[in-house]
Ligand binder design. Structure first.
Ligand SMILES: Nc1ncnc2c1ncn2[C@@H]1O[C@H](COP(=O)(O)OP(=O)(O)OP(=O)(O)O)[C@@H](O)[C@H]1O
Ligand SMILES: [Mg+2]
Length: 279
């Protein structure tokens, strides 16, 4: 008799159903359907302004749909059943977010020092002291390539960082939370090739590292970075005119001769090509 363990059945992390969103006359999302399974490494691509960030904000419940719905796995309950975001109280939403980390496209950090930015979540959610948080913050910053300067960096204000540094701190903070679901909105935009290469590798390493209780992690990456998708070979979702135009493996996306995908892929920038960092 073959016994299938539940752990081997890919469970659904996110299901978006017929999602519509307009701003005034501008219909941005016009019926998005998609399903993200536990363990997926997913890149969301598409032209500037096509609605990638708007879609992410619906999944995070920062925007609410005009029509359609967004369901997500509730890891606070056994077997992580799907729940409709529209049905959750703010408290339930906070509990759900315990398992998520987000690197935002804009305003990745809040105003305050680097240490405050990393410490807040550990203090408020985990009830940890600054002395306990400090080594976690140091390790996280080292993992994104800050080394000698870490101690002084912790005390620097967000406004004293370059855009690229702020992005790396935001990635470090997200990784330090050890989440099951990672959302990245253009994690490498504005980075130089060396640091972008480090972020590519960190995203992949974090994705592959088992989460708590051996659970698989799920990563959703909005990106314009062709080198990143070459390197990660993710499942690719392309948005076009408010819908999912393509959903499939990177190899198929790359080889597509669709009149929509081909020109997009050919001009998609190689922002930070760097192939000498090893696997
Ligand atoms: N709060 C808002 N109010 C009005 N319009 C908005 C709002 N948020 C987004 N939009 C519009 O929705 C469209 C999609 O925006 P979105 O930020 O999702 O694009 P994107 O695909 O993330 O683009 P990019 O690659 O440039 O980041 C844009 O035309 C934008 O101006
Ligand atoms: Mg965006």
């Amino acid at each position: 008799m073959i016994v299938h363990s539940m752990a081997n059945v890919p469970s659904i992390e996110i299901r978006v159903e017929a999602l519509h969103k307009s701003f005034g006359e501008h219909a941005v999302l016009r019926g998005i359907d998609l399903e993200v399974s536990s363990g997926d490494l997913l890149a969301v691509v598409g032209g500037s302004g096509c609605g990638k960030t708007v879609l992410l904000k619906h999944i995070l419940r920062q925007l609410s749909p005009d029509r359609g719905r967004v369901l997500v796995a509730d890891h606070e309950r056994d077997n992580a059943p799907l729940v409709d975001l529209a049905d959750l109280s703010d408290e339930e939403m906070d509990e759900l977010r315990l398992h998520w980390a987000v690197v935002f496209q804009r305003n990745a950090l809040f105003s305050g020092t680097v240490f405050e930015n990393i410490a807040l979540w550990f203090r408020e959610v985990k009830g940890m002291t600054d002395a306990e948080i400090r080594p976690i913050a140091v390790e996280a910053l080292q993992s994104v390539g800050f080394h000698d300067m870490v101690e002084s960096l912790l005390e620097r204000d967000r406004d004293e960082l370059s855009g690229g540094m702020a992005k790396r701190v935001a990635v470090a903070r997200a990784l330090s939370m050890d989440p099951l679901l990672m959302f990245y909105d253009e994690p490498t935009t504005g980075l130089d090739p060396v640091h972008a290469g480090q972020i590519h590798r960190l995203i992949l390493d974090t994705h592959l590292r088992p989460g708590r209780a051996g659970m698989r992690r799920t990563s959703v990456i909005i990106t314009h970075d062709k080198d990143l998708i070459h390197r990660l070979e993710p499942r690719v979702i392309m948005l076009h005119e408010g819908r999912v135009y393509f959903d499939g493996p990177f190899r198929t996306f790359e080889q597509s001769d669709s009149a929509i995908i081909r020109p997009y892929f050919d001009v998609m920038p190689i922002l930070h090509e760097r192939r000498d960092l090893g696997p």
